[in-house]
Ligand binder design. Structure first.
Ligand code: ARG
Length: 490
Protein backbone atom coordinates (compact mmCIF):
# COMPACT_ATOMS: atom_id res chain seq x y z
CA UNK A 1 0.00 0.00 0.00
CA UNK A 2 1.09 3.60 -0.50
CA UNK A 3 3.51 5.15 1.99
CA UNK A 4 0.81 7.62 2.97
CA UNK A 5 -2.11 5.24 3.38
CA UNK A 6 -0.53 2.28 5.10
CA UNK A 7 -1.06 3.75 8.59
CA UNK A 8 -4.50 5.24 8.39
CA UNK A 9 -6.24 2.91 5.97
CA UNK A 10 -6.57 -0.80 5.41
CA UNK A 11 -7.30 -0.64 1.70
CA UNK A 12 -5.74 1.18 -1.24
CA UNK A 13 -7.56 3.99 -2.96
CA UNK A 14 -10.30 3.01 -5.39
CA UNK A 15 -8.97 3.04 -8.93
CA UNK A 16 -11.45 5.67 -10.14
CA UNK A 17 -10.87 7.81 -7.10
CA UNK A 18 -7.16 7.65 -7.76
CA UNK A 19 -7.69 8.73 -11.35
CA UNK A 20 -10.05 11.45 -10.19
CA UNK A 21 -7.89 12.91 -7.46
CA UNK A 22 -4.36 12.37 -8.75
CA UNK A 23 -2.50 15.31 -10.23
CA UNK A 24 0.20 13.17 -11.84
CA UNK A 25 -1.03 13.95 -15.37
CA UNK A 26 0.22 17.53 -15.16
CA UNK A 27 2.73 17.31 -12.31
CA UNK A 28 5.67 16.79 -14.68
CA UNK A 29 5.69 20.59 -14.78
CA UNK A 30 6.58 20.59 -11.09
CA UNK A 31 8.93 17.59 -11.09
CA UNK A 32 12.30 19.39 -11.46
CA UNK A 33 11.26 21.97 -8.88
CA UNK A 34 10.06 19.28 -6.50
CA UNK A 35 13.50 17.67 -6.59
CA UNK A 36 15.14 20.98 -5.74
CA UNK A 37 12.67 21.64 -2.95
CA UNK A 38 13.45 18.17 -1.58
CA UNK A 39 17.19 18.83 -1.78
CA UNK A 40 17.02 22.24 -0.11
CA UNK A 41 14.85 20.80 2.65
CA UNK A 42 17.24 17.89 3.24
CA UNK A 43 20.25 20.21 3.33
CA UNK A 44 18.45 22.34 5.89
CA UNK A 45 17.35 19.35 8.01
CA UNK A 46 20.96 18.15 7.99
CA UNK A 47 22.33 21.53 8.95
CA UNK A 48 19.84 21.85 11.81
CA UNK A 49 20.88 18.43 13.08
CA UNK A 50 17.64 16.57 12.32
CA UNK A 51 19.25 14.15 9.85
CA UNK A 52 22.69 12.58 10.06
CA UNK A 53 25.19 13.21 7.31
CA UNK A 54 24.98 9.57 6.33
CA UNK A 55 21.19 9.61 5.99
CA UNK A 56 21.17 12.95 4.19
CA UNK A 57 23.76 11.66 1.73
CA UNK A 58 21.73 8.55 1.01
CA UNK A 59 18.59 10.61 0.45
CA UNK A 60 20.38 13.06 -1.84
CA UNK A 61 21.93 10.22 -3.82
CA UNK A 62 18.51 8.63 -4.17
CA UNK A 63 17.05 11.93 -5.41
CA UNK A 64 19.79 12.17 -7.99
CA UNK A 65 18.94 8.71 -9.32
CA UNK A 66 15.23 9.59 -9.39
CA UNK A 67 16.08 12.70 -11.38
CA UNK A 68 18.08 10.61 -13.85
CA UNK A 69 15.18 8.20 -14.27
CA UNK A 70 12.92 11.11 -15.10
CA UNK A 71 9.29 11.81 -14.41
CA UNK A 72 8.08 8.79 -16.36
CA UNK A 73 10.02 6.50 -14.05
CA UNK A 74 7.92 7.56 -11.05
CA UNK A 75 5.40 5.18 -9.49
CA UNK A 76 1.65 5.80 -9.55
CA UNK A 77 0.73 8.25 -6.80
CA UNK A 78 -1.63 11.00 -5.72
CA UNK A 79 0.87 13.58 -6.86
CA UNK A 80 4.51 14.13 -7.75
CA UNK A 81 5.44 14.82 -4.14
CA UNK A 82 4.19 11.45 -2.94
CA UNK A 83 5.61 9.77 -6.05
CA UNK A 84 9.11 11.09 -5.45
CA UNK A 85 9.01 10.13 -1.78
CA UNK A 86 7.75 6.63 -2.64
CA UNK A 87 10.44 6.24 -5.28
CA UNK A 88 12.99 7.40 -2.73
CA UNK A 89 11.86 4.94 -0.06
CA UNK A 90 11.87 2.18 -2.68
CA UNK A 91 15.46 3.07 -3.55
CA UNK A 92 17.16 3.94 -0.27
CA UNK A 93 14.87 2.17 2.17
CA UNK A 94 13.14 3.55 5.25
CA UNK A 95 15.75 6.30 5.67
CA UNK A 96 13.93 7.99 2.77
CA UNK A 97 11.06 8.50 5.19
CA UNK A 98 13.16 11.07 7.06
CA UNK A 99 12.90 13.55 4.18
CA UNK A 100 9.38 14.61 5.06
CA UNK A 101 10.35 15.70 8.59
CA UNK A 102 9.02 19.19 9.35
CA UNK A 103 7.25 19.44 6.04
CA UNK A 104 3.90 18.89 4.36
CA UNK A 105 2.88 18.54 0.77
CA UNK A 106 1.04 21.82 1.30
CA UNK A 107 4.17 23.92 1.66
CA UNK A 108 5.94 21.66 -0.80
CA UNK A 109 3.46 22.23 -3.63
CA UNK A 110 3.17 25.95 -2.92
CA UNK A 111 6.95 26.25 -3.14
CA UNK A 112 7.19 24.19 -6.34
CA UNK A 113 4.42 26.23 -7.89
CA UNK A 114 6.13 29.52 -7.14
CA UNK A 115 9.37 28.22 -8.66
CA UNK A 116 7.55 27.00 -11.76
CA UNK A 117 5.67 30.28 -12.16
CA UNK A 118 8.92 32.18 -11.68
CA UNK A 119 10.55 30.16 -14.46
CA UNK A 120 7.62 30.66 -16.85
CA UNK A 121 7.56 34.38 -16.13
CA UNK A 122 11.25 34.75 -16.84
CA UNK A 123 10.78 32.93 -20.14
CA UNK A 124 7.82 35.18 -20.90
CA UNK A 125 9.94 38.25 -20.21
CA UNK A 126 12.58 37.04 -22.68
CA UNK A 127 9.92 36.42 -25.32
CA UNK A 128 8.39 39.85 -24.72
CA UNK A 129 11.78 41.49 -24.99
CA UNK A 130 12.35 39.75 -28.31
CA UNK A 131 8.96 40.85 -29.61
CA UNK A 132 9.66 44.42 -28.52
CA UNK A 133 13.02 44.27 -30.26
CA UNK A 134 11.31 43.27 -33.53
CA UNK A 135 8.71 46.03 -33.15
CA UNK A 136 11.45 48.59 -32.54
CA UNK A 137 13.43 47.39 -35.56
CA UNK A 138 10.36 47.78 -37.77
CA UNK A 139 9.79 51.22 -36.28
CA UNK A 140 13.40 52.26 -36.91
CA UNK A 141 13.13 51.16 -40.52
CA UNK A 142 9.82 52.93 -41.12
CA UNK A 143 10.06 56.34 -39.49
CA UNK A 144 9.19 57.92 -42.83
CA UNK A 145 6.64 55.35 -43.96
CA UNK A 146 3.36 57.24 -44.06
CA UNK A 147 0.29 55.13 -43.47
CA UNK A 148 -3.36 55.66 -42.71
CA UNK A 149 -4.30 55.91 -39.05
CA UNK A 150 -7.73 54.74 -37.94
CA UNK A 151 -10.29 55.38 -35.27
CA UNK A 152 -13.46 53.27 -35.38
CA UNK A 153 -11.56 51.49 -38.19
CA UNK A 154 -12.37 54.56 -40.32
CA UNK A 155 -9.63 56.66 -41.89
CA UNK A 156 -8.78 59.28 -39.29
CA UNK A 157 -5.38 60.95 -39.69
CA UNK A 158 -2.16 59.94 -41.40
CA UNK A 159 0.53 58.47 -39.22
CA UNK A 160 3.72 56.49 -39.68
CA UNK A 161 4.32 52.78 -39.44
CA UNK A 162 6.97 53.62 -36.82
CA UNK A 163 4.37 55.35 -34.68
CA UNK A 164 2.00 52.40 -34.99
CA UNK A 165 4.66 49.83 -34.07
CA UNK A 166 5.81 52.00 -31.15
CA UNK A 167 2.25 51.99 -29.85
CA UNK A 168 2.27 48.19 -29.65
CA UNK A 169 5.77 48.19 -28.24
CA UNK A 170 4.76 50.53 -25.45
CA UNK A 171 1.95 48.19 -24.43
CA UNK A 172 4.34 45.21 -24.33
CA UNK A 173 6.80 47.31 -22.35
CA UNK A 174 4.10 47.81 -19.71
CA UNK A 175 3.49 44.06 -19.78
CA UNK A 176 7.15 43.55 -18.90
CA UNK A 177 6.87 46.03 -16.04
CA UNK A 178 3.77 44.29 -14.76
CA UNK A 179 5.47 40.90 -14.86
CA UNK A 180 8.60 42.20 -13.14
CA UNK A 181 6.46 43.77 -10.44
CA UNK A 182 4.42 40.59 -10.02
CA UNK A 183 7.63 38.57 -9.81
CA UNK A 184 8.49 40.23 -6.50
CA UNK A 185 5.31 38.75 -5.01
CA UNK A 186 5.81 35.37 -6.69
CA UNK A 187 9.37 35.00 -5.50
CA UNK A 188 8.79 34.46 -1.79
CA UNK A 189 9.15 31.09 -0.15
CA UNK A 190 6.39 29.12 1.61
CA UNK A 191 8.69 26.23 2.56
CA UNK A 192 8.72 25.52 6.31
CA UNK A 193 5.04 26.35 6.68
CA UNK A 194 4.34 22.61 6.75
CA UNK A 195 0.60 21.88 6.72
CA UNK A 196 -0.14 25.50 7.66
CA UNK A 197 0.87 25.83 11.31
CA UNK A 198 4.64 25.72 10.76
CA UNK A 199 6.45 23.01 12.73
CA UNK A 200 7.73 22.28 16.20
CA UNK A 201 11.08 21.21 14.74
CA UNK A 202 13.68 23.92 14.76
CA UNK A 203 14.11 24.79 11.09
CA UNK A 204 15.85 27.49 9.08
CA UNK A 205 13.40 29.03 6.63
CA UNK A 206 15.93 31.66 5.57
CA UNK A 207 18.27 28.93 4.40
CA UNK A 208 15.76 27.01 2.28
CA UNK A 209 14.46 30.26 0.83
CA UNK A 210 17.99 31.24 -0.14
CA UNK A 211 18.92 27.83 -1.55
CA UNK A 212 15.87 27.95 -3.82
CA UNK A 213 16.56 31.44 -5.13
CA UNK A 214 13.70 33.19 -3.36
CA UNK A 215 13.93 36.78 -2.09
CA UNK A 216 12.72 35.82 1.40
CA UNK A 217 10.45 33.40 3.26
CA UNK A 218 6.75 34.25 3.07
CA UNK A 219 6.02 35.09 6.67
CA UNK A 220 2.61 33.88 7.79
CA UNK A 221 2.62 30.12 7.36
CA UNK A 222 -1.14 29.85 6.97
CA UNK A 223 -1.20 32.39 4.16
CA UNK A 224 1.92 30.84 2.67
CA UNK A 225 0.21 27.56 1.86
CA UNK A 226 -3.31 28.94 1.25
CA UNK A 227 -2.67 31.80 -1.10
CA UNK A 228 -2.71 31.54 -4.86
CA UNK A 229 -3.10 35.26 -5.57
CA UNK A 230 0.48 35.25 -6.86
CA UNK A 231 -0.59 32.82 -9.56
CA UNK A 232 -3.78 34.68 -10.37
CA UNK A 233 -1.68 37.79 -10.74
CA UNK A 234 0.82 35.99 -12.98
CA UNK A 235 -1.96 34.61 -15.16
CA UNK A 236 -3.50 38.09 -15.10
CA UNK A 237 -0.23 39.44 -16.50
CA UNK A 238 -0.26 36.68 -19.12
CA UNK A 239 -3.85 37.52 -20.01
CA UNK A 240 -2.90 41.14 -20.54
CA UNK A 241 -0.04 40.06 -22.79
CA UNK A 242 -2.48 37.93 -24.77
CA UNK A 243 -5.02 40.73 -25.05
CA UNK A 244 -2.34 43.05 -26.35
CA UNK A 245 -1.15 40.37 -28.76
CA UNK A 246 -4.67 39.70 -29.98
CA UNK A 247 -5.07 43.35 -30.97
CA UNK A 248 -1.83 43.27 -32.93
CA UNK A 249 -2.91 40.02 -34.58
CA UNK A 250 -6.33 41.40 -35.45
CA UNK A 251 -4.59 44.25 -37.26
CA UNK A 252 -2.40 41.84 -39.17
CA UNK A 253 -5.52 39.92 -40.22
CA UNK A 254 -7.13 43.13 -41.46
CA UNK A 255 -3.99 44.53 -43.03
CA UNK A 256 -3.35 41.33 -44.97
CA UNK A 257 -6.74 41.39 -46.74
CA UNK A 258 -6.70 42.38 -50.41
CA UNK A 259 -8.86 45.37 -49.50
CA UNK A 260 -6.18 46.78 -47.22
CA UNK A 261 -3.11 45.04 -48.63
CA UNK A 262 -0.81 46.75 -46.17
CA UNK A 263 1.19 43.66 -45.25
CA UNK A 264 2.36 40.33 -46.66
CA UNK A 265 2.70 37.70 -43.97
CA UNK A 266 5.54 35.21 -44.43
CA UNK A 267 4.58 31.99 -46.25
CA UNK A 268 5.90 29.92 -43.35
CA UNK A 269 3.37 31.58 -41.06
CA UNK A 270 0.31 31.25 -43.27
CA UNK A 271 -1.76 28.41 -44.70
CA UNK A 272 -3.82 27.82 -47.78
CA UNK A 273 -7.22 26.36 -48.43
CA UNK A 274 -8.01 22.73 -49.19
CA UNK A 275 -10.31 23.85 -52.00
CA UNK A 276 -9.38 27.41 -52.98
CA UNK A 277 -5.83 27.11 -54.29
CA UNK A 278 -5.19 30.86 -54.36
CA UNK A 279 -5.75 31.37 -50.64
CA UNK A 280 -3.16 32.67 -48.20
CA UNK A 281 -4.74 32.73 -44.79
CA UNK A 282 -3.37 34.43 -41.66
CA UNK A 283 -3.98 31.38 -39.44
CA UNK A 284 -1.25 32.19 -36.93
CA UNK A 285 -2.73 35.61 -36.23
CA UNK A 286 -6.19 34.07 -35.97
CA UNK A 287 -5.14 31.29 -33.62
CA UNK A 288 -3.20 33.75 -31.50
CA UNK A 289 -6.30 35.93 -31.34
CA UNK A 290 -8.32 32.89 -30.23
CA UNK A 291 -5.72 31.80 -27.69
CA UNK A 292 -6.21 35.09 -25.89
CA UNK A 293 -9.68 33.74 -25.15
CA UNK A 294 -8.19 30.46 -23.95
CA UNK A 295 -5.79 32.20 -21.57
CA UNK A 296 -8.43 34.55 -20.18
CA UNK A 297 -10.58 31.43 -19.70
CA UNK A 298 -7.82 29.85 -17.63
CA UNK A 299 -7.72 33.02 -15.51
CA UNK A 300 -11.46 32.80 -14.93
CA UNK A 301 -11.22 29.11 -14.00
CA UNK A 302 -8.41 29.87 -11.61
CA UNK A 303 -10.28 32.68 -9.89
CA UNK A 304 -13.44 30.58 -9.58
CA UNK A 305 -11.50 27.70 -8.05
CA UNK A 306 -10.00 29.92 -5.35
CA UNK A 307 -13.19 31.90 -4.70
CA UNK A 308 -14.78 31.13 -1.36
CA UNK A 309 -12.19 28.62 -0.16
CA UNK A 310 -11.76 28.72 3.59
CA UNK A 311 -8.20 28.91 4.88
CA UNK A 312 -5.98 27.05 4.87
CA UNK A 313 -5.29 24.21 2.40
CA UNK A 314 -8.09 22.65 0.40
CA UNK A 315 -7.60 20.06 -2.28
CA UNK A 316 -9.43 22.41 -4.66
CA UNK A 317 -6.10 24.21 -4.96
CA UNK A 318 -4.66 21.28 -6.86
CA UNK A 319 -7.21 21.87 -9.61
CA UNK A 320 -5.78 25.39 -10.06
CA UNK A 321 -2.36 24.13 -11.12
CA UNK A 322 -3.11 22.98 -14.68
CA UNK A 323 -4.86 26.27 -15.41
CA UNK A 324 -1.80 28.18 -14.24
CA UNK A 325 0.53 25.99 -16.27
CA UNK A 326 -1.55 26.06 -19.46
CA UNK A 327 -2.08 29.82 -19.32
CA UNK A 328 1.62 30.56 -18.91
CA UNK A 329 2.77 28.02 -21.50
CA UNK A 330 0.19 29.08 -24.09
CA UNK A 331 1.20 32.70 -23.64
CA UNK A 332 4.87 31.91 -24.12
CA UNK A 333 4.21 29.82 -27.22
CA UNK A 334 1.92 32.45 -28.73
CA UNK A 335 4.46 35.18 -28.06
CA UNK A 336 7.22 33.24 -29.80
CA UNK A 337 5.16 32.37 -32.87
CA UNK A 338 3.81 35.90 -33.24
CA UNK A 339 7.31 37.34 -32.99
CA UNK A 340 8.42 35.10 -35.86
CA UNK A 341 5.38 36.09 -37.92
CA UNK A 342 6.03 39.78 -37.38
CA UNK A 343 9.72 39.44 -38.07
CA UNK A 344 9.00 37.95 -41.50
CA UNK A 345 6.16 40.32 -42.37
CA UNK A 346 6.72 42.56 -45.40
CA UNK A 347 4.99 45.90 -45.20
CA UNK A 348 3.58 47.32 -48.40
CA UNK A 349 4.85 50.86 -47.94
CA UNK A 350 3.65 52.04 -51.37
CA UNK A 351 0.11 50.96 -50.58
CA UNK A 352 0.35 52.58 -47.15
CA UNK A 353 1.38 55.87 -48.73
CA UNK A 354 -1.34 55.56 -51.34
CA UNK A 355 -4.06 54.98 -48.74
CA UNK A 356 -2.83 57.61 -46.30
CA UNK A 357 -4.83 60.59 -47.67
CA UNK A 358 -7.99 58.50 -48.16
CA UNK A 359 -11.15 59.57 -46.37
CA UNK A 360 -9.98 63.21 -46.19
CA UNK A 361 -7.43 62.14 -43.60
CA UNK A 362 -5.80 65.58 -43.53
CA UNK A 363 -9.07 67.32 -42.61
CA UNK A 364 -7.97 67.89 -39.02
CA UNK A 365 -4.69 69.35 -40.18
CA UNK A 366 -6.54 71.63 -42.57
CA UNK A 367 -8.73 72.89 -39.71
CA UNK A 368 -5.61 73.42 -37.57
CA UNK A 369 -4.04 75.37 -40.42
CA UNK A 370 -7.08 77.63 -40.77
CA UNK A 371 -6.82 78.42 -37.05
CA UNK A 372 -3.08 79.12 -37.21
CA UNK A 373 -3.23 81.29 -40.34
CA UNK A 374 -6.35 83.31 -39.63
CA UNK A 375 -6.88 83.23 -35.87
CA UNK A 376 -10.49 81.95 -36.13
CA UNK A 377 -11.72 79.68 -33.29
CA UNK A 378 -11.10 75.96 -33.83
CA UNK A 379 -14.83 75.23 -33.75
CA UNK A 380 -15.34 77.53 -36.74
CA UNK A 381 -12.49 75.88 -38.61
CA UNK A 382 -14.02 72.49 -37.75
CA UNK A 383 -17.35 73.63 -39.24
CA UNK A 384 -15.74 74.94 -42.42
CA UNK A 385 -13.78 71.72 -43.03
CA UNK A 386 -16.82 69.65 -42.04
CA UNK A 387 -18.85 71.43 -44.73
CA UNK A 388 -16.09 70.73 -47.27
CA UNK A 389 -16.25 67.03 -46.29
CA UNK A 390 -20.02 67.06 -46.67
CA UNK A 391 -19.60 68.45 -50.19
CA UNK A 392 -17.01 65.81 -50.96
CA UNK A 393 -14.31 68.44 -51.51
CA UNK A 394 -11.31 66.61 -50.16
CA UNK A 395 -9.00 68.79 -52.25
CA UNK A 396 -10.61 72.19 -51.74
CA UNK A 397 -9.49 75.26 -53.66
CA UNK A 398 -8.99 78.54 -51.75
CA UNK A 399 -12.27 79.75 -53.22
CA UNK A 400 -14.14 76.67 -51.89
CA UNK A 401 -12.87 77.57 -48.45
CA UNK A 402 -13.73 81.26 -48.82
CA UNK A 403 -17.28 80.50 -49.93
CA UNK A 404 -17.99 78.43 -46.81
CA UNK A 405 -16.03 80.77 -44.54
CA UNK A 406 -18.31 83.61 -45.60
CA UNK A 407 -21.24 81.66 -44.16
CA UNK A 408 -19.47 80.51 -41.01
CA UNK A 409 -17.33 83.53 -40.02
CA UNK A 410 -18.77 86.19 -42.33
CA UNK A 411 -15.46 86.86 -44.10
CA UNK A 412 -13.30 85.05 -46.68
CA UNK A 413 -10.23 83.54 -45.05
CA UNK A 414 -8.03 84.68 -47.95
CA UNK A 415 -8.54 88.17 -46.51
CA UNK A 416 -7.51 86.97 -43.06
CA UNK A 417 -4.09 85.65 -44.00
CA UNK A 418 -4.75 82.21 -45.52
CA UNK A 419 -2.48 81.53 -48.51
CA UNK A 420 -3.09 78.79 -51.13
CA UNK A 421 0.27 77.26 -50.13
CA UNK A 422 -0.99 76.89 -46.54
CA UNK A 423 -3.87 74.77 -47.82
CA UNK A 424 -1.53 72.71 -50.01
CA UNK A 425 0.82 72.10 -47.08
CA UNK A 426 -1.98 70.96 -44.80
CA UNK A 427 -3.25 68.45 -47.34
CA UNK A 428 0.09 66.77 -47.93
CA UNK A 429 0.19 63.67 -45.73
CA UNK A 430 3.95 63.73 -45.22
CA UNK A 431 4.03 67.35 -44.15
CA UNK A 432 0.95 66.70 -42.03
CA UNK A 433 2.76 63.91 -40.20
CA UNK A 434 5.92 65.98 -39.93
CA UNK A 435 4.00 68.69 -38.10
CA UNK A 436 2.90 66.21 -35.43
CA UNK A 437 6.29 66.60 -33.89
CA UNK A 438 5.54 66.69 -30.16
CA UNK A 439 6.63 63.99 -27.72
CA UNK A 440 5.06 60.66 -28.63
CA UNK A 441 3.77 61.81 -32.00
CA UNK A 442 4.19 60.19 -35.43
CA UNK A 443 6.72 62.60 -36.98
CA UNK A 444 10.07 61.07 -37.96
CA UNK A 445 11.73 63.41 -35.43
CA UNK A 446 9.39 62.31 -32.63
CA UNK A 447 9.72 58.62 -33.36
CA UNK A 448 13.50 58.91 -33.46
CA UNK A 449 13.51 60.00 -29.82
CA UNK A 450 10.79 57.52 -28.91
CA UNK A 451 12.74 54.61 -30.36
CA UNK A 452 15.84 55.63 -28.42
CA UNK A 453 13.91 55.88 -25.16
CA UNK A 454 12.07 52.61 -25.82
CA UNK A 455 15.41 50.89 -26.52
CA UNK A 456 16.76 52.30 -23.26
CA UNK A 457 13.81 50.92 -21.33
CA UNK A 458 14.08 47.58 -23.13
CA UNK A 459 17.73 47.29 -22.10
CA UNK A 460 16.88 48.27 -18.53
CA UNK A 461 14.23 45.53 -18.39
CA UNK A 462 16.68 43.08 -19.89
CA UNK A 463 19.21 43.91 -17.16
CA UNK A 464 16.65 43.33 -14.40
CA UNK A 465 15.68 39.98 -15.94
CA UNK A 466 19.32 38.97 -16.08
CA UNK A 467 19.83 39.99 -12.46
CA UNK A 468 16.90 37.85 -11.33
CA UNK A 469 18.16 34.92 -13.40
CA UNK A 470 21.63 35.40 -12.01
CA UNK A 471 20.28 35.19 -8.45
CA UNK A 472 18.30 32.04 -9.23
CA UNK A 473 21.31 30.54 -10.95
CA UNK A 474 23.64 31.36 -8.04
CA UNK A 475 21.17 29.76 -5.66
CA UNK A 476 21.12 26.58 -7.79
CA UNK A 477 24.90 26.41 -7.65
CA UNK A 478 24.80 26.93 -3.89
CA UNK A 479 22.26 24.15 -3.51
CA UNK A 480 24.27 21.84 -5.73
CA UNK A 481 27.42 22.53 -3.78
CA UNK A 482 25.65 21.97 -0.45
CA UNK A 483 24.36 18.60 -1.74
CA UNK A 484 27.75 17.60 -3.10
CA UNK A 485 29.42 18.45 0.19
CA UNK A 486 27.03 16.18 2.06
CA UNK A 487 27.31 13.38 -0.50
CA UNK A 488 31.11 13.72 -0.59
CA UNK A 489 31.38 13.61 3.19
CA UNK A 490 29.59 10.28 3.37
N1 ARG B 1 -1.11 17.68 -5.26
C1 ARG B 1 -1.49 18.56 -4.20
C2 ARG B 1 -1.74 19.96 -4.75
O1 ARG B 1 -1.33 20.23 -5.83
C3 ARG B 1 -0.42 18.64 -3.17
C4 ARG B 1 -0.90 18.94 -1.81
C5 ARG B 1 -1.67 17.80 -1.25
N2 ARG B 1 -2.04 18.07 0.09
C6 ARG B 1 -3.03 17.43 0.65
N3 ARG B 1 -3.31 17.80 1.86
N4 ARG B 1 -3.66 16.48 0.07
O2 ARG B 1 -2.33 20.77 -4.12
Amino acid sequence: MSILRRGRFTSPMDEHVMAFTSSMQWDSWLFPHDLDVDRAHVVMLHRMGHISTDDAARILTGLKEIEEQGFDGLPEAEDVHEAVESALVARVGEVGGRMHTARSRNDEVATCLRMAVREEMLAMLHALIELRDVLLSIAAEHRRTIMPGFTHLQHAQPTTLAHHMLAHEQAFSRDCERILDCLSRVNVCPLGSAAFASTSFEIDRELTSKLLGFDAPLENTMDAISSRDFAIEAVGCASMVMLNLSRLCEELVIWSTSEFSLVQLPDAYTSTSSIMPQKKNPDVAEIARAKSGTVVGELMSLMMIVKGLPLSYNRDLQEANPHIMRALKETLFTLKVCTGMLEGAVFNTERMRELSPAGFACATELANTLVRCTGIPFRHAHSIVGALAREGKEHPTPSDIDRIALEVVGKPLSEMGLEPSDVQGALDTFSCVQRHAGTGGPSPESTKGAIQRARGLLEAHERVVREVEERVHTARLMLKEACNTIMGAE
